[in-house]
Design a protein around this ligand. Structure first.
Ligand code: GUN
Ligand code: ZN
Length: 442
């Protein structure tokens, strides 16, 4: 409704703790028949339907979701909206893939019309997949950022986004300069950061495409306010890492390149971080930055296996979120991404990702890692009402398999292993239903 006031009934799950530091089942709260009351886009009350039913205001319709599982909306901590048209491009690893597929497509975003069309399609795809917040790379063109935030604002989604900074090792039509990148970012920050639900991320693409001077400018911007985000790529691919070494021979590691420019700190999101040393993880912990784990992308580009449990080592835990990394990633679905994260965790070490841990990484944990846990990521009074409604019987196979489940952990694991956009029955943003699945059967 336009008033952003509503009542939802159904089974819901949310987090009351961190399932990596306590028994997973104890970190999860399950309300078998729950009520979620929303006022002005925020959750005002939630709990057992039977206990709270009398609190539903007279005349308010209750939207009932039987046989469903309601969760906080998913959070994608690393994704490129302009790469929607190059998802599923064959045959290359990172640096060649950028040259062959990504740069030619990103060049088209000097056109505000192209940017608007793709931004719209991208945001619709996020919502179809139950994703309500994302940290999004635009292109080097300020128009690409304006178009994205305009479309996000129409939907009421909480998005983090920024203009890509690239002043070397990129085609002519995709380069800015250190000065130009600084000025354009500053203007976009003034226009969009904190406007409604929109948040700005300073976005140097990676060390290869920014001069030391540009990284310094990015650092100055990042320090200019205490609530800005920063996003970039880190230690994704062996060839990339070798190139960075030749460009920054005086730095002690890839992370050190960013750190010396003032780019490591709270709200700094580093994509991939696959080829990391212990001292890198330690430094990420010390500076409280965040790593975006993008398993479908890492598999697709053959980049390597992220060491999730090393990153999360309880002696010096690093914040981690999940990212789809479209267009290197192969799915918009955080469910599929969780499923691939489970497999990658097996490849990278002995510990297995628990389903409850995976759902935490995609919701409450991501919110914490972005320092947004007082706004999004859980179903709790005071939180912004961003929700996804999952259908555990979306396909014949899912219906059959989820019918065998005897615990919530089982059911979550089936959803992340077999589920995708087909399981998203509805997505609510800011107290409004913004996506309703066109139903076939269930
Ligand atoms: N490193 C620098 N740019 C990119 C990008 O667009 N995608 C991925 N996966 N890695 C990058
Ligand atoms: Zn990326």
């Amino acid at each position: 409704s336009p008033s952003r006031t509503a009542a939802l009934r159904g089974r819901f799950v949310t987090f009351k703790g961190n399932p990596f530091t306590m028994p997973p089942e104890e970190a999860l709260h399950v309300e078998e028949d729950g009520l979620i009351l929303i006022e002005n886009g925020k959750i005002s009350l939630c709990g057992a339907y039977d206990a709270l039913r009398t609190q539903v205001p007279d005349g308010m319709q209750v939207t009932h979701y039987p046989n469903s599982l309601i969760s906080a909306g998913f959070i994608d901590t690393h994704v490129h909206y302009p790469q929607l048209p190059v998802i599923a491009s064959w045959g290359e690893q990172l640096l060649e893939w950028l040259q062959q597929y990504v740069f030619p497509t990103e060049a088209k975003f000097s056109s505000p019309e192209v940017a608007q069309t793709v931004a719209r399609a991208f945001l619709q795809e996020l919502l179809r997949n139950g994703t309500t917040t994302a940290a999004v790379y635009c292109t080097v063109h300020p128009e690409s950022v304006t178009a994205f935030f305009q479309e996000s604002e129409k939907l009421g989604t909480r998005m983090i986004a920024g203009k890509v900074l690239m002043d070397r090792n990129a085609p002519d039509n995709l380069r800015d300069t250190a000065r130009q990148g600084f000025d354009e970012s500053q203007k976009l920050i003034e226009a969009w950061h904190g406007k409604g639900r929109q948040l700005y991320a300073i976005t140097p693409r990676f060390a290869i495409t920014s001069t030391p001077e540009q990284l310094e400018c990015a650092g100055a911007l990042f320090r200019s306010r205490d609530d800005l985000f920063m996003q970039t790529h880190l230690a994704e691919n062996e060839d990339e890492i070798a190139f960075v070494k030749t460009l920054f021979p005086d730095r002690t590691s890839y992370l050190d390149v960013y750190d010396k420019a003032g780019l490591a700190g709270p709200r700094a999101i580093f994509g991939h971080a696959i080829h990391m040393h212990e001292h890198d993880f330690q430094h990420c912990h010390d500076t409280r930055c965040t790593l975006a784990h993008c398993p479908t992308s890492n598999l697709f580009l053959g980049s390597g296996a992220f060491r999730l449990f090393d990153a999360l080592d309880p002696r010096r835990p690093v914040h981690v979120g999940l990212g789809t990394d479209i267009g290197a990633g192969t799915s918009f679905s955080l469910l599929s991404t969780m499923g691939e994260a489970y497999k990658v965790s097996l490849m990278a070490g002995k510990q297995r990702l628990h389903a409850i841990q995976a759902f935490w990484l995609a919701t409450a944990g991501a919110a914490q890692s972005l320092h947004l846990e007082r706004k999004i990521g859980t179903i709790t009074p005071g939180m912004e009402a961003d929700l996804c409604v999952l259908d555990p019987a979306a396909t014949p196979l899912l219906a059959l398999r989820s019918g065998e489940c005897t615990s919530i952990a089982d059911l979550l694991f089936v959803l992340m292993t077999l589920g995708d956009d087909r399981c998203v029955k509805a997505t609510w943003v800011d107290g409004r239903p913004v996506h309703i699945r066109q139903d076939t059967a269930s």
